[in-house]
Design a protein around this ligand. Structure first.
Ligand code: FEO
Length: 403
């Protein structure tokens, strides 16, 4: 029989049996212009084991891929490394169809799965460091709380040197290429960085600890198999090094100037500020929030040192597209940034005060005096914008020399 959906061999005993989502464009607020994959993996051990499942609409695709190598009813164990719905959404249906003898998750995962799926089948909790025998090979579990949720864990298959890393080291990228070494390095870095900035960034301190904890296990990791995007099986130092760099969040000689404008006055100010920063040797990215998505802003901030925000005042508030971005960025907790605020107004001018407060709440230290302009900036106001950019550049240079 022809199998329309096929499993792809990842290592001696492991097959990829996930699903490709070519259509998804929004992942809880993160724009995903290149789709995604939900990776599930099948271990052909004495106890045939499924690692994670897929988003609910992709159940049949996953089962079809499994059926291309083994009758799904032969699956003995299921391991849930992460309880977010893109990985557990169809778990109850899989359990109903496959009838595994056991399902495993972390202790927090057991509770989370209950709260999400309201399931009545038993799920066995595994401890950090616990080893599970699959007969002719073993799995070892490592809790990775908050990468991405409190339930998250890694699972290591020593026999193949394969680390199942759930969300960590993943990316939202729909391709038929299943392995990172089949894709251009600049594409991998961009997609992994976008994913890190939009998903992993707030947990950067945990990432650093997890990298250390993983290294301390002494596991001989030859393959990293995440739950999204391609599998890493060559030059693992590439993605591990990027994670270390992004998690450290050292300031860089780059400023992000993000603005929302009504009648181009705030835009005019943004451009004057950006020119000044560039003249002082700072790499600048200007983002008009009338066009740019919040995901792009946080991506640009991943390796930056300054965030400058400007908004016109509309109905006693900042413009809604700026409020959207500030809410999003605040949750993702970029660290070690300095900042500044600017904006135009007609008769009240609350936006700049609100932006100052928002930056302070995000622990972004203001490095220049705010510039607020009534209606349209004249030459004097643009000079103040230039001075603002100069002051931020000067403070950034000081920070970089100290880091
Ligand atoms: Fe891919 Fe946190 O789920």
């Amino acid at each position: 029989m022809t199998h329309i959906y096929r499993a792809i061999k990842v290592s001696d005993h492991v097959y990829w049996v996930g699903a490709i989502d070519w259509s998804i464009r929004d992942f809880h607020g993160y724009t995903t212009p290149h789709g995604s994959t939900y990776n599930a993996y099948l271990i052909l051990a004495d106890k045939i084991t499924l690692i994670d499942t897929v988003k609910k609409p992709f159940l049949e695709e996953m089962l079809a891929r499994i059926a291309s190598v083994v009758d799904p009813s032969k699956i003995g164990y299921i391991v849930s490394n992460h309880s977010e719905q893109d990985h557990c959404g169809c778990l109850s249906e899989v359990v109903g169809r496959v009838r595994p003898s056991k399902v495993f998750a972390s202790a927090v995962g057991v509770k989370t799965l209950r709260d999400i799926l309201h399931n009545d089948y038993p799920i066995q909790a595994v401890r950090d460091g616990e080893t599970l025998s699959l007969g002719n090979m073993d799995l070892t579990f490592m809790e990775t709380r908050m990468i991405h949720w409190p339930d998250s864990m890694f699972t290591f298959l020593a026999k193949d040197g394969l680390l199942f890393s759930q969300d960590a080291f993943g990316m939202h990228l729909a391709t038929f290429e299943r392995f990172a070494n089949e894709l251009p390095a600049d594409m991998l870095e961009y997609e992994a960085a976008t994913y890190y900035a939009n998903i992993v960034l707030p947990y950067s301190p945990v990432v650093l600890k997890t990298l250390e904890k993983t290294a301390a296990t002494g596991w001989e990791i030859k393959i990293i198999a995440p739950d999204h995007g391609p599998v890493w099986r060559k030059d693992l130092g590439f993605i591990l090094g990027l994670y270390r760099k992004w998690a450290e969040q050292k300031p860089a000689n780059k400023a992000v100037v993000a603005y929302a404008t009504m009648w181009q006055s705030t835009e005019c100010m943004a451009k004057a500020i950006a020119e000044s920063l560039a003249q002082a040797g700072v790499t600048v990215k200007i983002l008009s929030l009338n066009e740019a998505h919040r995901s792009e802003v946080i991506y640009e901030l991943l390796e930056a040192g300054a965030l400058l925000v400007g908004s016109s005042t509309l109905n006693n508030n900042m413009l809604p597209q700026m409020a959207d971005v500030m809410t999003y960025i605040k949750g993702l907790k970029p660290a070690h940034l300095i900042g500044a605020v600017f904006g135009s107004f007609g008769w009240s001018g609350e936006a700049v005060k609100d932006l100052e407060a928002a930056l302070k709440e995000m622990k972004v230290e203001l490095a220049a005096e705010t510039v607020s302009v009534r209606y349209v900036p004249n030459a004097e106001a643009l000079q103040k914008c230039h001075d603002l950019g100069r002051d931020v550049a000067s403070e950034l240079a000081k920070r970089l020399s100290q880091s």
